[in-house]
Design a protein around this ligand. Structure first.
Ligand code: ARG
Length: 471
């Protein structure tokens, strides 16, 4: 349905003879989602106007009017009284149009030496940067909750698993600290992405720069960037800052997913390793006995859409010739969605971890099952009898087989039984067969000994007090 009357588009109506088709408006409009960029857009425009005035490109009084008008637009959007229009396509034109309604012709000077291409590159970059800062805070919260659990339960024994089969006893605190390390690396990845992306694209204009005597260093500084970007084509053409953030978020969401899965398993009646207060669970409409760990399940699942956004944006960007193409408008929705969902998962996980209560009896009972101290027995043979480890492994295997046949634990065998396999074994062996002595002996750096765990948890808690500098 094409309107044959001359276009009334104020931004570029000059060379157009027809209004856009209704479907053109529909496929083109991004205002439905890019309104999320309003705060960044207003901030960027204010910095741009101030720079234009400083450089003598517009008058100081116009710049003042523009700033005042932009503040009012911001207030209207925040208050929910702003009317967004599809015909005005996106947040940039919606804001500029309203600015013109509010302050008149001076509004038309704001877009001097600027294009929507560098404008959107700036807004989106600042949005992603804000998200990165929020992630760092969220991850630090989560690390703190984990480190506090680690300190409180530094000596609580539990089974350590490989293949989800009992392997060797560890402590609950040690298990918590494993995640502190993972989320620490996630923070470092985000911090690294932030450092790399913190260059200001404003002033690249459409793609080639501008003939106006703008001061890109001034706007870069005003907007919290380390420097302006160095190539105008690159400035408007790439979205690698979003890709990198999504890639790091995908990795971190995978960490969240693994921790979630452990909580789900630990909460089953069969494991019963932890309790989680009702506020993190839901019931069933049909089965009255149920307490489902829905928050953990959702945190487990979020990686799907986050990895999807990373894939999706990679596919949007691949094969795009320089510089800007409208394809790049497809960068936002999935990124917004992924970043918001990652953030909420992070917060929910921090809340769950803070409220998690390990059940020491269940953990200890499980820690002792499955001949989890067999390695300690083998190590004893090596240490005390100077046996080569391979031989000790073999002898221990024979002892485990004997215990298994009788349906008892290693520590329940008699000395005489063990001596049937290796006659030099003495009573001293029983000191290493208990779970507590096993974990206590693992004092190697990074090992699970409660004293290690306590020390490590304390050092993490101290580092976490330093906030962002801890990364
Ligand atoms: N809404 C657009 C986007 O998100 C803004 C940039 C438009 N630039 C253009 N040359 N049409 O990408």
């Amino acid at each position: 349905m094409t309107d044959k009357t001359k276009s009334t588009n104020k931004m570029w109506g000059g060379r157009f003879e027809m209004s856009p088709a209704e479907l053109m408006v529909r496929i083109n409009a991004s205002i439905g989602f890019d309104k999320a960029l309003a705060p960044q857009d207003i901030r960027g425009s204010k910095a741009h106007a101030a720079m234009l005035a400083e450089a003598g490109i517009i008058s100081k009084s116009d710049a003042r009017e523009i700033a005042r008008g932009l503040d009012q637009v911001g207030a209207e959007i925040a208050a929910g009284t702003f009317t967004f229009s599809d015909a005005l396509e996106d947040i940039h034109m919606n804001i500029e149009n309203r600015l013109a309604e509010l302050i008149g012709p001076a509004a038309g000077r704001l877009h001097t030496a600027r294009s929507r291409n560098d404008q959107v590159a700036l807004d989106f970059r600042m949005f992603v940067r804000d998200a990165l800062d929020a992630f760092d805070d969220g991850l630090a919260e989560l690390q703190k909750a984990l480190a506090e659990q680690a300190l409180a339960h530094a000596a609580v024994v539990m089974p350590g698993f490989t293949h989800l089969q009992p392997a060797q006893p560890v402590t609950f605190g040690h298990h918590m600290l494993a995640y502190v390390e993972m989320f620490g690396r996630d923070r470092a990845r985000f911090a690294d992405a932030r450092r790399r992306m913190n260059e200001c694209p404003l002033g690249a204009a459409a793609l080639a720069g501008t003939s106006f005597p703008i001061d890109r260093h001034m706007t870069a500084e005003a907007l919290g960037f380390d420097r302006p970007t160095a190539n105008s084509l690159d400035s408007v053409a790439d979205r690698d800052f979003a890709l990198e953030t999504l890639a790091a978020a995908t990795i971190s969401a995978a960490h969240l997913s693994r921790l979630s899965e452990e909580i789900v398993i630990w909460m089953t009646p069969q494991f019963g390793f932890v309790r989680l207060p009702d506020k993190w669970t839901t019931g069933s409409s049909i089965m009255p006995q149920k307490r489902n760990p829905d928050a953990a399940e959702l945190c487990r699942a979020k990686v799907g859409r986050i990895a999807g956004a990373f894939q999706g944006l990679t596919m949007v960007m691949k094969g795009l010739p320089l510089a800007y193409s409208k394809d790049m408008q497809e960068d936002k929705e999935q990124t917004f969605d992924a970043l918001a969902n990652y953030h909420v998962a992070l917060a929910a996980m921090a809340g769950m971890i803070a409220d998690l209560e390990p059940v020491p009896e269940r953990l200890a009972a499980a820690a002792g099952s499955g001949f989890a101290t067999a390695t300690d027995l083998a190590d004893w043979l090596v240490r005390t009898l100077k046996m080569p480890f391979r031989e000790a492994h073999h002898a221990t295997g024979a002892i485990v087989k004997m215990a298994e046949k009788r349906g008892v634990g290693l520590e329940d065998l008699s000395l005489a039984d063990m001596q049937k396999v290796e006659k030099r074994i003495t009573n001293d062996v029983f000191t290493v067969l208990s779970v507590a002595s096993s974990v206590k002996s693992r004092t190697s750096y990074g090992g699970t000994a409660p004293q290690n765990v306590q020390k490590m948890a304390k050092s993490w808690l101290k580092r976490l007090e330093k906030g962002r500098k801890a990364v």
